[in-house]
Write a protein that binds this ligand. Structure first.
Ligand code: ADE
Length: 222
């Protein structure tokens, strides 16, 4: 998979791309991630990327030209174009699985007080990572990238993400490691029993219990 991210703040991605699972996935050639500075595509002599809103109002608006040109430059028949915005559809694990099967993602990070409405016409989908407003789409694009890359075959063990929270609309079960008794807080006996069938049953019960208690809305989703 290839992911091209369009941003006004490329440096925000430095640590993201050079640590942990993402770094390993890049080194193992499971994914190619390119960060593009939107400003580099500006045709303005001063590399301007934003302007005042028509009709007046607060703040600056991202102009269409640099984004249109960047997308035109990067787009191929395999591209799936995502616009990060709080007005998009709310992101979840199901969408992450959908995106992991795309060959090429182009992710546009909005910034400042907004972007020219015509930029929307470029996008195959608009994604929000939650009902709150960030200063820009950068963190949101990292959330999407991280959650998709870890699902690519061979990036982490398949068993590891099959048991993740949200698969089958259930939260994950509780896990413990040594010691079996820490300051009087004891690991459930069943996990020390070595009886795998019972352990699996207990884990499934715990998933249901947790989901009912914490996220009953997930049990109503299809
Ligand atoms: N840009 C600003 N806020 C955002 C959000 N919640 N999701 C996606 N992009 C955003």
């Amino acid at each position: 998979m290839k992911i091209d991210i369009l941003t006004l703040f490329p440096n925000m991605f430095d640590n993201f791309l050079t640590e942990s699972i993402i770094k390993r996935a890049i080194n193992d050639k499971k994914v190619i991630i390119n960060i593009h500075n939107i400003r580099d595509y500006s045709k303005d002599p001063h590399k301007k990327v934003d302007d005042y809103p028509f009709g007046g109002g607060e703040g600056m608006v991202l102009m269409p030209q640099p984004i249109f040109d960047a997308v035109e430059h990067l787009k191929t028949p395999d591209s799936y174009i995502i616009l990060m915005t709080p007005q998009g559809i709310k992101y979840n694990q199901k969408k992450a699985y959908e995106l992991k099967d795309k060959k090429h993602l182009i992710i546009i990070c909005g910034h400042y007080e907004g972007f020219d409405e015509r930029i929307r016409t470029l996008a195959d989908t608009e994604i929000s990572i939650g009902d709150y407003v960030l200063t820009g789409g950068e963190l949101a694009s990292m959330v999407v990238t991280d959650s998709v890359v870890r699902l690519i075959d061979g990036v982490i063990e398949t068993n590891s993400h099959l048991k993740d929270s949200f698969n089958n609309n259930l939260l994950d079960y509780p896990t413990y490691t040594r010691p079996a008794d820490y300051k009087g807080l004891k690991v459930p006996e069943i996990l020390l029993s070595g009886h795998h069938e019972n352990i699996n049953m207990w884990r499934h019960e715990q998933q249901l219990k947790r989901t009912k208690e914490r996220r009953p809305d997930l049990l109503e989703e299809d």
